[in-house]
Design a protein around this ligand. Structure first.
Ligand code: ADP
Ligand code: TRP
Length: 341
């Protein structure tokens, strides 16, 4: 759990800034999730009071099989822990274990203009691929705002695609505070400078579970290499002798995220003069990438052998999250003016 840190100015104990993030329990954790979000959660465990929530209420907005939901939730928890999330320092929990968040969502829904929700890029994108759009998908960002605000979080570490939802959260906080008195902070998104939007193996679209263009964080290395070997690079570089443009190459972005600066600089200049070919460039990337991923696979194997440990971490996380959520809801209920027997 988060400890108080000592503020250098006053020597008085200062609370760490609280951060909250969420991820759906759908399928695997991929390199885009890791570089855009999870890597920050791992480091922010030590600098912030970090809450990470596996958002199974959100998952209901996509088709799912009830008999698989609990298993996928467990797998996501295991992957986050394997990626290095420290449960001694941060709080890892499952959204539906704290149903108070659904109550806050309802209160927020009554304050949120439909027009704001209609503007949400992720809603427009997902709705355009469906023939019958359900209200749950429409109010999904309000549930996200409730996730963040019920825990009074000030920082929200996410990839670039979630920034719009965090902006909406700020607006909902402002509206609530205006209507009922100062209650919520206005949180800020924390997006990594280089990993905020990782493209998929196709080199074009965002790496995403739904597009099938991913490398999974816990994938066996031979399989991961096979995917990387055939991944699209600078599309204009057709032959080994053609100079490439690293700024147009997704592999270069991955180098910037995984390789030491000296390697990245060497690749940048060698690629531009056709001094290095794409396969050699990828081999170098794979070495650095796998150095970071191999310990994760080991941790995952250990956790898989002790599933009780993962369950205990989630239980402990839920207990802590529940305390915070209940305190917020007591204040909200009073401010909204609900009847109290
Ligand atoms: P997906 O798009 O694969 O379904 P999620 O929506 O579950 O991924 O995203 C979980 C977290 O990972 C979010 O914070 C999101 O912003 C981040 N994220 C997802 N895909 C990428 C990507 N390609 N690049 C950077 N961050 C990403
Ligand atoms: N909407 C986020 C996504 O699709 C997941 C999410 C739910 C979330 N609640 C959150 C992210 C709260 C940050 C904070 O990835």
């Amino acid at each position: 759990m988060a400890e108080a840190t000592i503020s250098p100015d006053t020597q008085a104990p200062a609370r760490r800034v609280r951060a909250l993030t969420g991820i759906q329990p759908s399928g695997e954790l991929h390199l885009g999730n890791y570089l855009g979000a999870v890597r920050n959660w791992v480091t922010m465990c030590h600098s912030h009071e970090m809450f990470t929530c596996i958002v199974d209420y959100h998952a209901l907005t996509s088709p799912l099989e009830p008999e698989r939901l609990a298993g996928q939730t467990f797998e996501m928890a295991l992957a986050i822990l394997a990626a290095g999330f420290d449960p001694q320092e941060g709080t890892l929990f499952v959204q539906s274990q704290i149903p108070e968040v659904a109550e806050l969502t309802w209160i927020f829904v009554t304050l949120t203009p439909m027009g704001e929700l209609e503007r949400m890029t992720q809603f427009k994108d997902k709705a355009s691929r469906q023939t019958s759009v359900l209200a749950g998908l429409f109010i999904y960002p309000v549930l996200q705002a409730a996730d963040i605000l019920i825990y009074q979080a000030q920082a929200v570490p996410v990839g670039e695609d979630q920034v719009q939802h965090v902006e909406l959260t700020r607006e909902i906080a402002r509206k609530f505070n205006l209507a009922f008195g100062e209650t919520f902070p206005e949180p800020e998104a924390v997006v990594p400078a280089l990993g905020g939007r990782i493209r998929g193996l196709d080199g074009k679209a965002k790496m995403s579970k739904s597009l099938g263009n991913t490398i999974s964080l816990l994938e066996p290395p031979t399989q991961a290499w096979e995917k990387l070997r055939t991944a699209v690079t600078d599309p204009a570089r057709l032959r080994r002798s053609d100079p490439g443009d690293p700024s147009k190459c997704n592999i270069f972005t991955l180098h910037q995220n995984f390789s030491p600066q000296a390697t990245t600089q060497m690749i940048d200049s060698e690629c531009r003069r056709a001094g290095i070919g794409c396969v050699d460039c990828k081999k170098l990337l794979f070495t650095h990438m796998d150095a970071e991923l191999a310990p994760m696979r080991e941790r995952a194997a250990k956790l898989r052998a002790q599933p009780q440990q993962v369950r205990e971490i989630l239980e402990h996380g839920a207990q802590h999250a529940r305390q915070v959520a209940r305190a917020t809801m007591a204040e909200v209920r009073e401010k909204v003016g609900f009847y109290r027997p």
